[in-house]
Design a protein around this ligand. Structure first.
Ligand code: NDP
Length: 298
């Protein structure tokens, strides 16, 4: 199996390089690809030519415009990277008979209610990022290519920056810490996202009927406030000296932390379709976070 991976150095792309390697020949690109290949999602003609040249069996797109607040003032760029580029990938996948595997987001929803979102629920993005990702989903589905789109939430990786690292740094530096307690979701490891996709790709080779849209996140739910407290409690137990202890973290509503882009209050995703289709059981979010905290050597 020949697999083309785009966005190889993002949180998820990095883990995909590991998880996809055993499946076959892996060609992993970032925006600065060499050897006449193009991995830049703003270069639509270059992307198409690269797929025509490589003729992969599977295209995995981990690249995206993920700067949610910046997207509000970069509408054209967000739309190109998150919608028009996936459309090109889909059309080329259709032309060469490849599968397209793509990530989307809980931000396609308006965040209302308290129930986990199903794949069939009405969408209603609150900002440019969510709207561009939703358009990308729609264009892929319209192309008629074999595809798997996985909407996920609250992604963290051990490599690079993440929420837990930021909370640890702030709790060491500051005298107080305010964290939002009215956005609910499930922190989801990039490693889990990569491992599930590797499994799904193998499964899809013999089960073409699985083409479609899935929700994919860790099990359980929490708020950013409880997530921060969990991380700080783990650090304290490990002997890290903090100026702000877990019990001293202040819960605040989203309204007290204004950002250019609105974020959904309810980011719960139902995993029923994913688990039933692929025969998987999602681990609880705390399991992945503890693993990441150990990896970053707290
Ligand atoms: P990252 O921001 O870590 O990685 C995105 C990657 O896309 C980066 O490597 C970035 O490269 C690359 N990229 C950006 N613009 C271009 C471009 N023009 N051409 C090529 N590559 C480009 O994101 P994640 O790994 O966290 O996200 C993976 C997927 O999951 C995305 O589809 C995202 O929308 C989705 N998702 C993410 C969530 C999150 O909390 N992070 C939540 C829900 C869904 P560079 O570093 O050079 O800019």
């Amino acid at each position: 199996m020949k697999i083309l991976l785009l966005g190889k150095n993002g949180q998820v792309g990095w883990e995909l390089q590991r998880a996809l390697a055993p499946l076959g020949e892996l060609i992993a690109l970032d925006r600065n690809a060499a050897d006449g290949l193009c991995g830049d999602l703003t270069n639509l003609a270059g992307l198409a030519a690269t797929i025509q040249q490589l003729k992969p069996d599977v295209i995995v797109n981990a690249a995206a415009h993920t700067a949610v607040d910046k997207a509000e003032s970069e509408l054209g760029l967000a739309n190109t990277i998150n919608a028009l580029a996936p459309e090109v990938l889909a059309k080329e996948a259709k032309a060469c008979g490849a599968w397209l595997v793509h990530y989307s987001t809980d931000y396609v929803f308006d965040g209302s209610g308290e129930q986990p979102w199903q794949e069939t629920d009405a969408t209603g993005p609150l900002g440019v990022y969510g709207a561009s990702k939703l358009r990308g989903e729609q264009l892929i589905a319209q192309s008629g290519c074999q595809h798997m789109i996985f909407r996920t939430s609250w992604v963290y990786g051990a490599k690079g920056n993440n929420f837990a690292k930021t909370m640890l740094r702030l709790a060491k530096e500051r005298d107080s810490l305010n964290v939002i307690n009215d956005q609910i979701g499930a922190p989801t490891g990039a490693d889990l996202l990569a491992d599930v996709i590797a499994h799904a790709i193998r499964f899809a080779q013999h089960n073409p009927q699985v083409s479609g849209l899935y929700h994919l996140a860790a099990a359980g739910e929490t708020s950013w406030f409880e997530y921060a407290r969990f991380v700080l409690a783990f650090a304290e137990q490990a002997g890290v000296v903090l100026k702000v202890s877990p019990d001293a973290v202040n819960p605040i509503p989203t309204s007290q932390f204004p950002t250019p882009a609105k974020r959904p209050h309810n980011s719960r995703l139902s995993m029923a379709k994913l688990e039933n289709t692929f025969g998987l059981t999602m681990p609880h979010w705390q399991m992945g976070v503890v693993r990441m905290l150990n990896e970053i050597a707290i």
